[in-house]
Design a protein around this ligand. Structure first.
Ligand code: EPZ
Length: 422
């Protein structure tokens, strides 16, 4: 998908969702898989990568590093044989944290890497102290000069790393770096997200020896080389969760394929308690909602397998039209309530309790407005609020949503909703 000039969604809300969809591959699994392709000089085929801006950005950076990429149908063939260690394109890496994704694989392959200090983003400061401290534990030399960070892994050694918080990115960087580092490296308190497990499975399918992904301790035994492979990333649990919340807000009945239900256990538990009817068979979720939902009470985000921060914004949108009070506590990022002021333009009743807690008082319905997306998941929550609101709502900055949702308007149109891009 080329970056589209039309950057608004025009939504005529009030329809119920009906139909069946198959969920795209996971953005947050696909990004580290792409980076890990640098770890082998053999060809890797990644199947069904999502057609989203973050993936296109990542592929652009890889081409600038000398990686040959061929797209054949739904398959991307990645050939890193002639990849070289160049500074990751500053402009491209500023738009997302992609430079950080390559750190582990570039250090492993080229023994050196240079990062521009990754900027924070709208949802938080996004520090990289755990990435830095982890590489220092592995005897990687780190220097700072102007706003660049230089990493030298010539004398890297395996070690035991204890993460103070289970950072997804830091865990993924250590996995990529240690799988070709002779000896035994362990990570205590790693991230357990399914996307981390998918990366470990991908690396193991290339010949790595990684044990314990998804548990409180991961052990990596370095091997001499990794071979090529064909691999399909897991389904996107956040996109699946977004569609489930859309049904909870608009009503109707949807069959969701490739929705990895076991990875959305927390959300499914909450929606069932609220009165949604949910049936699960293998990886198929059948979800319907006809009557008014029960009060939500409280949503508190946590590290996996807790309630995911990436679904907090859409649950906020649901709570604005659910009877009763809902307290929403965001424990992962320090500024992830950007969508509050936009939902208030639509008549939502939301009070700030503290920097990471809000209280929502449900109203019977929102009213149409022109609202502005400022981040990926907040943008998705505005689309859902608009879909549940009779009349025409305009959501600006559709490009934020395009970062993570593959042809979002087409998916929603296929489910009987009235949305178009302009
Ligand atoms: C990944 O970000 C995801 N992105 C995020 O999804 C997701 O919200 C997040 O994990 C948490 O699940 C991708 O996988 C591409 P973290 P990441 O390191 O790796 C702090 C989306 O919408 N921290 O687990 O950056 C950090 O500031 C995106 O798809 C440090 O303090 O998240 C945050 O508060 C948004 N020091 C917390 O830890 C560090 O060195 C969790 O961050 C690293 C992180």
């Amino acid at each position: 998908m080329k970056y589209k000039k039309q950057d608004k969604f025009i939504i005529n809300g009030g329809n119920k969702l009906f139909g069946e969809i198959s969920i795209q591959s996971s953005k947050n699994a696909s990004l580290p898989l792409l980076s890990a392709c640098l770890l082998t000089t053999e060809k890797v085929t990644l199947q069904n990568l999502p057609d989203i801006l973050d993936i296109h950005n990542m592929l652009s950076i890889m081409r600038k590093l000398g990686v040959k990429i061929k797209k054949e149908g739904n398959n991307h063939q990645i050939d890193s044989l002639n990849a070289s260690c160049k500074q990751i394109d500053c402009k491209l890496s500023k738009t997302m944290r992609s430079s950080l994704f390559f750190l582990g694989s570039m250090l492993s392959r080229f023994k050196s890497a240079m990062l521009t200090m990754p900027g924070g983003c709208k949802i938080g400061e996004r520090p990289i102290d755990m990435h830095i401290s982890s590489f220092k534990k592995l005897n990687v030399k780190i220097d700072y000069f102007n706003d660049y960070i230089y990493f030298d892994a010539q004398h890297a050694k395996p070690n035991k790393i204890k993460l103070k918080i289970p950072s997804v990115g830091a865990t993924e960087n250590i996995l990529q770096f240690a799988c070709l580092l002779k000896g035994k490296t362990t990570i205590i308190n790693p991230a357990k997200e399914p996307e981390v497990v998918d990366l470990a499975n991908f690396l193991n399918s290339m010949g790595a020896k990684i044990l314990g992904a998804g548990t409180n301790k991961i052990t990596i035994y370095g091997v001499n080389s990794l071979h090529g492979v064909a691999y399909t990333p897991i389904g996107d649990r956040i996109v699946a969760g977004t569609i489930m919340v859309a049904v909870a807000m608009c009503g109707g009945k949807v069959i969701i394929k490739n929705g990895v239900p076991e990875q959305n256990a927390k959300l499914i538990e909450i929606l069932s308690k609220l009165g949604c009817k949910i049936k699960i068979k293998y990886d198929i979720i059948e979800l319907s909602k006809d009557d008014a939902l029960l009060p939500i009470g409280k949503i508190e985000t946590a590290y996996y397998p807790g309630f995911p921060t990436d679904l907090q914004s859409v649950m906020l949108a649901l709570s604005t039209i659910t009877a009763g009070k809902t307290r929403i506590i965001e424990n992962i990022f320090e500024n992830r309530f950007l969508t509050v002021k936009e939902l208030k333009k639509m008549g939502a009743n939301i009070n700030c309790v503290s920097s990471n807690e809000i209280e929502v008082v449900g109203v019977t319905h929102l009213h149409p407005a022109t609202v502005v997306a400022e981040d990926l998941r907040g943008g998705a929550s505005l689309v859902l609020a608009a879909l549940a609101t009779k009349g025409q709502t305009v959501v600006k900055n559709a490009h934020f949503i395009d970062r993570g949702y593959d042809h979002f308007e087409d998916v929603l149109t296929q489910l009987n909703l009235n949305i178009r891009r302009q």
